[in-house]
Design a protein around this ligand. Structure first.
Ligand code: Z5A
Length: 211
């Protein structure tokens, strides 16, 4: 049976990496085979693309940036995600196509026709692979900024400040409102265990549908 593809999305520093690890552990304890991956990244080439797109010292024009994300996604989908799903694994991925629509689309104020085109080339790069479930980790940018500041890491986007993070948040909430079946919004301001429980509730609903 084909596996399930679950993506974790949301503004920067909302706890995606932490929660993917916790969900993977719980699912493995339940007997599922789980693949954890991330975007941009997941293959050798895509990890090199990641280094380029996240380097704040390397200026990129908007189109180059989009094409780099899509090149990385194409590699990742073909070599890692699709084979794992075909092998029946649960695939948990830190970001996927919704991040492109939000960061490179909605947050830049693209018009509808341009957004539609972005969706089309996104589908092209991912061979129309769609997540079965997307968990948007949501909350106030101030809360997440203070978590990230404590961690001390800065990349191209993290230098852009709170107004940018607010746009990103709005973008994810807009996408979530447009596809409530696939996309579930999780309150990520709560403590680790509460967020994990909310995530597992959605994952278990999805797995029940599979049985
Ligand atoms: N990007 C794009 O523009 N277009 C695309 O198509 C794609 C991506 C795919 C890199 O993504 C960038 O790529 C991203 C968008 C762009 N922008 N940025 N920056 P990323 O996923 O690698 O970067 P990120 O979102 O900033 O991830 P992150 O910094 O690794 O954060 P996170 O994974 O969401 O959170 P975390 O590392 O699990 O947690 C952050 C800190 O909070 C950490 O110290 C935790 O211990 C702490 N934490 C986590 N949960 C809690 C709770 N519940 N309470 C208290 N503290 C917590």
């Amino acid at each position: 049976m084909r596996g399930k593809f679950i993506t974790f999305e949301g503004p920067d520093g909302t706890g995606k990496t932490t929660q993917i690890k916790l969900a993977a552990e719980t699912l493995r304890d339940m007997g599922y085979e789980v693949l954890e991956s991330r975007e941009p990244g997941g293959t050798k080439l895509a990890e090199k693309v990641r280094d380029i797109v996240l380097d704040p010292k390397l200026p990129l024009n908007n189109i180059t940036e989009i094409l780099l994300y899509l090149a990385a996604r194409s590699e990742h989908t073909e070599k890692i995600l699709a084979p794992a799903l075909d092998a029946g694994k649960m695939v948990l991925c830190d970001r996927f196509g919704d991040s492109t629509l939000v960061y490179q689309g909605l947050a830049r104020g693209l018009e509808n026709a341009q957004l539609d085109f972005l969706k089309e080339i996104n589908d092209f790069a991912s061979c129309s692979l769609q997540p079965d479930l997307t968990l948007v980790l949501d909350g106030s940018p101030e809360v997440f900024l203070s978590r990230r500041t404590a961690r001390g890491v800065k990349d191209r986007y993290e230098n852009r400040g709170l107004a940018f993070q607010e746009k990103i948040r709005e973008g994810f909430l807009t996408i979530a409102a447009s596809d409530g079946n696939r996309i579930k919004v999780i309150d990520a301001e709560k403590g680790l265990d509460t967020v994990h429980a909310a995530i597992m509730e959605e994952c278990l609903k999805l797995l029940k549908e599979r049985e």
